[in-house]
Structures are given as C-alpha cells and as structure tokens.
Design a protein around this ligand. Structure first.
Ligand code: UN1
Length: 506
C-alpha cells in the first residue's frame, strides 16, 4: 500500500457508508486507477437499508446542529480547512491516482477546498437578513435565514472533492447536515475526505453525521437522497441527462435543486486580442483535466483575419504537449477517466468528419500508454455541425471562425449549454458588449481570462441546460438556508397592510 494512502487511512477494503460510524452491506466495487488500470481498493456499497439508517442519523445530526451558533459551527469548518492544509499533498496524490488529473491540478483542487473553508468560516459570522421599511406605523419588517435541513450533494469524478466542499462548507456553517453521494469512479477521494472530517469532528465535538457519506449506485444511494422528502435541497453536478432525471424526481416532491450540469464553453478571439494570452488560456482550458472540466474550453470562435495565426500557435502547443503518467510532475495531460471517454472521443471524431469538419490534430488513442490515454483533438468545424452543439467529455476543441462581431456572440450563445465563456480583446467596446445583456448568455463571462479555473469567491454555475444553480462564493449560501419573513408590531393598534379597513369583531 502506498504511504500516502496509508496516511489518508485508505485500506484495501473499505466500508462505503459513514454516518458517525462506517458501514455498508452492499456489494463490493473496485476503485480502478485510470493511470494503469490497477485496483486501488474495494469499497462496500450502500444498500437501501444503509441509506435509510444514514438518513436518520443525518436528520438527527441536523436537528442539533441547527441550534449551534453559526460562528461556533464555523470553527469546525475552519479546522477542516486546516486539516486539508496538512493533508494537501496526500489528498492531491489520491485525486491523481483515482481520477488521472495531473498533480498540479489535483493540488489546485485541494486548494479550492481550503479556500472555501476559509470563505465559509468568515461567512459563519455574516449570515444576515434584511430589516425592511414597513408601511405600517410601529411595525418592523425583517427577514432571517434559518438552517434548511439535511442537504443531498451528488458529485462527479472530475472534481471528486472540491465540489463537495463548495456545498458542504457552506451547508455546515448554515446549520445543515450533508449527505454526500460521490461518483462511483472516485469513491476513495470521498472516503479519504470524510475520514479527515471525521477526525476534525471528534476534536471539535461536532456530530460527524453532519458529514454523511453514501458510496453506492445511483439507483440506491442516489435515489435515497433524491426521493426522500426529508432532503429539502439536492445539489448535483454531472451530465444534463442526470440533472434532468434528478430535477424531475426532486421537483415532483416540490423539493429544490441546485444543478451544475454540462458546459460547451467558448473563447472568442478578436483581431485586437493579445494572442499570447489567448493561446495560454485556450491551452489550459482545453487540455486541463484532460478536457473533463465542466468549464473546459470546447470551442474557439476566432476572427477570420487571425485564424491562421491562432491555428498555428495552437498546433504548435498541441504537438509539444507531454502526455503521460499524471503522478510525474513533467506531465501536462494524464489519462481520461475511463475507456468509455476514449470511445466517446473516437465517435466524436468520426462525426466531425461525417458532418463536414476536419481533424487538424490528434484525437488518437494511445494504447501504448494505457487504455485511458488519448492525444487531444483539435478540429476545424462549422458552428452548424450538430456535434459542435454537444458536450463531449474529453479533450476535443472545435476551431470556428467569424467575420462580424455580432455573429461571434450569436455563435457563442447558439448551444444548449450556458456555463462559461470568454473573450480575448483589447477593444473596450467589444468587451463591454460581450458582458452586456445582449452579450454572453453564460453564468460565467470573462475578459482576457479563460473559461476554466474560476476562483471560489464568485458564484459558480450557469444557465440553460447547465441547470441554473449557483454554488461556492458570493451569496450562494442562501441556497442552503430557508428565508423567513417576519412582521413585528410594537404598537397598540392593529393596522392592516394595504390600508384595508376590516370589520371590528367586538
Ligand atoms: C467542474 O468542472 O465541475 O472553474 C468544476 C473551474 C474549477 C471548477 C470546475 N474551479 O474550472
């Protein structure tokens, strides 16, 4: 067993359910590294009975936690942040081993967790409501924010721990318990994180069932969260197909969702752009996490006058890319998560050719490195090709060109997804138009900065098929609380709102 696994408390076999104690009586599944196909450990999945028990424990934990003062709740989150600081290197190694993300990016992911813990700690002293001018004399109108309940958090393999932390750190200071269903492709990252949180809770005296974990299938662990009316909010990250299914079930019981689904993010490059910046941003955006971020740059919309120059720069960058073992510091792109992602890229490549596009570079499987390795694909495509409208979760970048600036914006918006977008320009008018009401329709719109790699301080999420949810910074915390509006009368009469005069009961 590798030493970093040992220090994270990962053993060869693991119970996949934590609700104060570790259990799990379902079938064992293997966590397999995409680096070399080796089994890292086996995890005993949740059964419906395990989930039922865990939900009851989380509910109990919530009922006590909601009464703990928020700044005191913040102390537990602060300690989680400190424990993550201490474990950063080990946890990053596990993320790399289990998902194939290169070490630098895995460390970035743990840093996002640390950052959101800091953010949430500060927030624990700032959960505030408004006092509003009442139209009635001797009345006060105000709102309070109360804890909401046990929150379901369903995460994807590509950010196997950070997305949980965006939800869990905020939910915890807001007084909620969290039920986490991690991706079946990254259960060990979730187990290691939960073990760390368990230790912190022991130290602070917080009930560890506030951070409940359910490793299991969508049909069992997912459904347990999605269908249970005791779970008022389900925050889910993943595909649009998954999001639609979750939304239908949760909304049918009038629960709330916070969805962060597919992206099809574009970078517009205009004639005045600083090409050095644009190339760097596109390279990181398209290649980072082997093209498997929700925020991955999937389309470049370049002005025809600079298309050749940009294409050459990108081809040069793509050709010199170091692909290989993500645990090796010199590697820039590791494997994709599973051979299915390789197959999806191959299929997309065939479609690009069938639909009239051209492959400029890559899109080859690299079996000598292993079954999960590919070369990133750069294609010359047309905006009206159906494949361009789809999110292929692999390193595939479409190069598209435009003549009129308005067409570039229309092209950027002409896909079903609406997560992230960027423009590279030194023309103030273009930048402002891109950010205006008739500009980018995405939840994230950047100027001279790429589509991926958002900071935690801003609200993160997008529109249209991306699902509309906002996680992480800004006022996203409000999602995890219930708002209560109160009218307080300190007078001796009972004036009615809207000036209504009503019969006297005496
Ligand atoms: C995701 O891919 O689901 O902005 C999250 C970024 C990261 C988060 C991506 N901070 O690329």
């Amino acid at each position: 067993m590798l030493t970093f696994l040992h220090s994270l408390g990962i053993e060869g076999h693991h119970a996949g359910v934590f609700d104060g104690t570790w259990h799990g009586s379902g079938p064992e599944v293997a966590s397999v590294s995409p680096i070399d196909g080796r089994v890292i450990a086996r995890i005993q999945q949740a059964t419906a009975g395990d989930c039922k028990e865990a939900l009851a424990r989380a509910q109990e934990a919530f009922q006590a936690w909601r009464e703990v003062p928020a700044p005191v709740r913040g102390k537990t989150v602060r300690r989680i942040g400190n424990a993550l600081r201490a474990a950063k290197e080990d946890l990053a190694r596990l993320i790399t081993l289990e998902t194939g993300k290169i070490l630098a990016e895995a460390e970035g992911e743990v840093q996002e967790m640390i950052d959101i813990c800091d953010f949430a700690t500060g927030l624990s002293r700032q959960l505030h409501g408004l006092t509003i001018a009442s139209e009635r004399p001797a009345h006060r109108l105000m709102e309070q924010w109360h804890p909401l309940g046990p929150i379901g958090v369903i995460t994807a393999f590509n950010f196997p721990t950070a997305v949980w932390s965006w939800n869990a750190a905020l939910a915890a200071v807001c007084g909620d318990a969290v039920l986490w269903k991690p991706s079946h492709r990254a259960p060990l990252c979730a187990i290691a994180t939960t073990r760390l949180v368990e230790r912190v809770c022991k130290g602070t005296g917080a009930n560890p069932a506030i951070f409940t974990l359910l490793c299991g299938s969508g049909d069992i662990a997912g459904d347990a969260i999605v269908k249970d009316p005791r779970v008022p909010l389900v925050s889910a990250t993943g595909s649009c197909t998954m999001g639609r299914r979750i939304a239908a079930t949760v909304h049918a019981r009038l629960g709330r969702t916070l969805l962060e689904l597919g992206g099809n993010n574009a970078v517009i490059v205009t004639p005045t752009a600083d090409l050095d910046l644009a190339v760097r941003a596109i390279f990181f955006g398209a290649i980072g996490t082997a093209g498997q971020r929700c925020t991955t740059t999937r389309r470049v919309i370049v002005h025809e006058s600079i298309e050749t120059a940009l294409r050459e720069r990108l081809l040069k960058a793509y050709s010199s890319l170091r692909i290989g073992n993500p645990l090796d510091r010199s590697t820039v792109m590791g494997p994709v998560i599973h051979p299915d992602a390789v197959a999806a890229l191959m299929q997309a490549k065939r479609r690009i050719i069938d639909e009239g596009g051209e492959i400029l570079h890559g899109g080859e499987s690299l079996p000598l490195l292993g079954p999960c390795y590919v070369s990133p694909c750069l294609a010359r495509s047309h905006p009206d090709m159906p494949v361009v409208r789809e999110e292929v979760f692999a390193p595939l970048l479409h190069l598209l060109s435009y003549r009129d600036f308005e067409d570039a914006i229309a092209c950027q918006n002409a896909v079903p997804q609406g997560l992230s977008s960027a423009i590279f320009t030194n023309d103030f008018r273009e930048a402002e138009r891109f950010l205006s009401a008739r500009g980018s329709d995405c939840g994230i719109a950047n100027v001279n900065a790429g589509t991926s790699g958002a900071e935690i301080g801003g609200a993160f999420g997008g529109e249209k098929d991306t699902g509309g949810g906002r996680e992480s910074g800004s006022d996203a915390w409000k999602n995890y609380m219930r708002r209560q509006t109160s009218t307080l009368n300190h007078g001796t009469t009972l004036p009615l709102a809207q000036g209504i005069q009503f019969g006297d009961p005496s």
